[in-house]
Design a protein around this ligand. Sequence first.
Ligand SMILES: Nc1ncnc2c1ncn2[C@@H]1O[C@H](COP(=O)(O)OP(=O)(O)OP(=O)(O)O)[C@@H](O)[C@H]1O
Ligand SMILES: [Mg+2]
Length: 257
Amino acid sequence: MNYPKPDTTHGVILYMEDVSVSFDGFKALNNLNLYINDGELRCLIGANGAGKTTLMDVITGMTRPDAGTVNFGQNIDLLKLNQEQIARYGIGRKFQKPTVFEALTVYENLYLSLHMDKRLWATLLHKLSGEQRDDIDQVLETIGLVSMRNRYAGELSHGQKQWLEIGMLLAAKPRLLLVDEPAAGLTVQEVERTAELLTSLAGEHSVVVVEHDMSFVRSIAKTVTVLHQGSVLAEGSMDYVQSHPEVKRVYLGEEGV
Ligand SMILES: Nc1ncnc2c1ncn2[C@@H]1O[C@H](COP(=O)(O)OP(=O)(O)OP(=O)(O)O)[C@@H](O)[C@H]1O
Ligand SMILES: [Mg+2]
């Protein structure tokens, strides 16, 4: 089945307007306005509890806002879709903890992610088309795991598992990728490689990255959005937000950045 594509003729792939989410009267998101441009790599920062994960939950249909609008392109109202539909329309999400199948090989993990239906295991019996094989090869190339294709995912380092999981999202050819704290727990080299990987995905994909590691953010970010108490406090280049007095006061200052 073909799903409608997001209409990005205005250059914007995600519109969030006046979005509020309350938990028992506490506003996790408070009249939030956020626009993500088609093909950009956006970093989202903010103190613990600022609402970053809640924002991703809203985009992916896990949490319904009390108020506001959320559109994928100009045409697709995400608030009318469920989680599975949102994934199929082209929004992929990577949670912090890798969730690869450790007892399968790298290749098999990617193979499974090509088939988004519920009968995952049955698909193992099917033959891949040439096009699907090419897709997997291309993803392996992108995530830098060509030489690991026949290794069990359980043997991979934490960083390699993170890349494999990003690859599993890529196999579904998403337009928008949401990535929560990809640098956490990685070695210095793995952090660098992750920065390169996410940077290489921008353009063809739009990528929103939540991360606390400021040197990582600096290394990849063009535009940084700072969330504070469920609203956008500042948005601009890393230099701009780092020198923003309010941002320094409420967030960066306390981390000594
Ligand atoms: N299901 C829920 N029920 C009640 N409160 C919640 C729920 N989910 C989030 N919250 C609260 O909403 C606020 C925002 O949480 P959120 O997880 O979005 O923050 P965050 O910016 O991702 O923080 P962190 O950097 O620690 O991951 C927090 O105060 C949190 O306790
Ligand atoms: Mg979070």
